[in-house]
Design a protein around this ligand. Sequence first.
Ligand SMILES: Cc1ncc(C[n+]2csc(CCOP(=O)(O)OP(=O)(O)O)c2C)c(N)n1
Length: 320
Amino acid sequence: MMNIEKDRLVNMYRTMVRIRQFEERVSKEFASGNIPGFVHLYIGEEASGTGACAALRPDDYITSTHRGHGHVIAKGGRTDRMMAELFGKKTGYCKGKGGSMHIADTDLGILGANGIVGAGIPLAGGAALSARMRGTDQVVICFLGDGASNRGTFHEGINLAAVWQLPVVYVLENNLYAEKTRISDTYKLTNLSDRAGAFGIPEVTVDGNDVIAVYEAVQAAVEKARAGEGPSLIECKTYRIHGHFEGDPQTYKPAEEVEEWKKKDPIDNFRKRLADMGVLTDEDAGAIDREAAGEIDDAVRFAEESPFPAPEEALEDVFA
Ligand SMILES: Cc1ncc(C[n+]2csc(CCOP(=O)(O)OP(=O)(O)O)c2C)c(N)n1
């Protein structure tokens, strides 16, 4: 951690705060009926998306999941356009027609959130193959959940990427649940990264609530991938504090478990660590909080003031 520049550490902290505040506001706006459809929040998991994307260059790619707002913010996406998309407005990332699970910004290498669990895995392989064929040294991070790693796309996609030595880093965000199903009901493994051995690629498990641990592990894997040494699988052990989707009462989670993980809050703990290191004062942290709050207020205002798409545009931009 001592080798990481101060600016990078503070930027990672700022990104996590922006994600948290975006998500908390989405929770409120959803409860007020301002956001149609489904939203799956990333609260509690901010360190994995932030640490992973901090290891990328702007021209690298990510593929995301149904829980993708944090990935988008960490890769440099705009909170106003994302909020407008959630509100179903014309100024949103998909002109208001896609919603939370279809946020993409190809200019930033964000190849899309995805409502189909595990569908980002083959897409990441395709993007990596394209980079190889175009002769660039771009890398792809493929975010996936513990549930996704029991799908066929995981085995087929990672196997082919391993055989072809494609530049993909699979970041498996293990938040202990797939919807309401605990991983112990669907796995015999303790570390889900163990599966990487079957594909002949490096397996790493890190504390997914420790942004530095995630950053260091992903950075090493990105370097290998960029050097033509193929894919890696990094499991980030983390926890989602909110329900699977907003409105889920989470009756399937033991209360003590939630309390235990709240104590491991990735943002609180990182703030304390940075304070101990003399990198972030209380004043700095307060300024970051206020700046993020202002950004999210602006994003909501932008969303509220934007028009809905016209009904006659409903079938435009529909590809399938
Ligand atoms: C192919 C497919 N099967 C089932 C679903 C329904 N579904 C949506 S999210 C989800 C759980 C995914 O769990 P995980 O991959 O661990 O991600 P998390 O929600 O924990 O972030 C399921 C089963 C779906 N969207 N797509």
